[in-house]
Design a protein around this ligand. Structure first.
Ligand SMILES: *Cc1c(COP(=O)(O)O)cnc(C)c1O
Length: 356
């Protein structure tokens, strides 16, 4: 493996006050970069001061959106150690995205080495406050200066990081969710299972409309029938209906395979719950919400970990879920996952990876 060259900043920034810091606006001192060139592979891995890229206006990413990203976090334990949560899963998922988007495979060990070296160098950027973390955004995009649709021959891979405060600084607030009946996020055969900017571009309009109506997130229906529940903005969804836990299956390839989703399913199985991964129609869900058999609903994703859904709206109907309060399974999942992530409870699954 090519050694990672490190160029330290000469102008380190002040660490921000986390209280009230908006998510994803204040970046740490350094970033990891490497280039891909056809015939040479991924080359020149380096850590440099965080700063602007210089790119040709004709760079293919601007025109054809050949781009992918990941989202993960570094956590500081009570002993002051820093750890990652299942980074192997993010690395594998990024390469599955790359396979779909024709972005060349990134060697797993090089990705992890770059990530660890960056976190270690910027370790003081991993906040000390309880329930705070360093959000990590790896991404890669096409850089050929060329107008014309084909796979690029050159790419840039980058990792940037930003400190984030507790997602639930004012306690766990259930979110209001609007089920979108017109726009769709992903279709069968499309890129729904990848983490790419294009999926988000398609989702922005519905998100803006929902926000105007006071809903914080959109719940997507499938792109073929506009009938089956898929997922929320940047979270997978789970429901407890009549004592059974149900979550949309990944089989169609239009739902993002969340690592928090996977971890929740593994925890639920270990606690003896059966989880149904299957098609769940919006009619079945709204009926359950109407007749009271929808006992709990929650989203799962790296940013909020587990987020209770307090209200569901679809066309003219809207219902409160679990009296707009967090339910017992949602709470247990939240406590267990965050406990493992911040090292407060034993990691019986071997999910955490120490950095320094
Ligand atoms: C990132 C993401 C999720 C959640 O995935 P995690 O790995 O749990 O963070 C869910 N849905 C979409 C569309 C996403 O982009």
């Amino acid at each position: 493996m090519e050694p990672i060259q490190i160029t330290r900043t000469t102008t380190p920034k002040a660490k921000p006050e986390l209280n009230g810091l908006p998510f994803g606006t204040y970046f740490s001192d350094h970033m990891f970069l490497m280039n891909y060139v056809d015939g040479k592979g991924w080359i020149n891995p380096r850590i440099v001061p965080y700063g602007p890229f210089e790119l040709e206006p004709s760079s293919m990413v601007f025109h054809y959106a050949q781009e992918m990203f990941e989202g993960m976090k570094a956590y500081r334990t009570a002993e002051g150690k820093i750890q990652l949560f299942r980074p192997d899963q993010n690395i594998a998922r990024m390469n599955r995205s790359g396979e779909r988007l024709c972005i060349p495979h990134i060697p797993e060990e090089l990705f992890l080495a770059g990530l660890k070296a960056l976190i270690e160098l910027d370790q003081e950027w991993v906040p000390h406050d309880p329930n705070s973390s360093l959000y990590i955004r790896p991404f890669a995009f096409a850089t050929d200066p060329h107008i014309g649709v084909h796979a690029s021959h050159t790419y840039l891979f980058a990792i940037i990081t930003c400190p984030v405060g507790s997602y639930y600084a004012e306690g766990i607030n259930p979110v209001r969710i609007m089920i979108e009946s017109a726009d769709v996020r992903a279709v069968r055969g499309g890129t729904g299972y990848t983490k790419c900017g294009g999926n988000y571009a398609a989702s922005i309009r519905a998100g803006e409309e929902a926000a105007k109506k006071g809903y914080s997130q959109v719940l997507w229906l499938d792109g073929v029938h506009r009938k089956y529940i898929e997922e929320v903005g940047a979270m997978n969804v789970m429901f407890k209906i009549n004592g059974r836990i149900v979550t949309p299956s990944l089989a169609n390839g239009s739902v993002l395979p969340g690592i928090t989703r996977k971890s929740c399913l593994e925890l639920l199985h270990s606690w003896g719950y059966e989880v149904e991964e299957r098609d769940l129609s919006v009619d079945e869900l709204m009926q359950a919400a109407a007749n009271g058999s929808l006992e709990e609903a929650w989203g799962t994703g790296t940013a909020a970990v587990v987020s209770p859904i307090g209200e569901l709206a679809y066309r003219d109907e809207h219902y409160a879920v679990h009296n707009n309060e967090i339910g017992p399974i949602t709470q247990k999942l939240y406590d267990t996952l965050t406990g493992i992530q911040w090292g407060r409870i034993e990691d019986a699954f071997g999910w955490t990876v120490p950095v320094c």
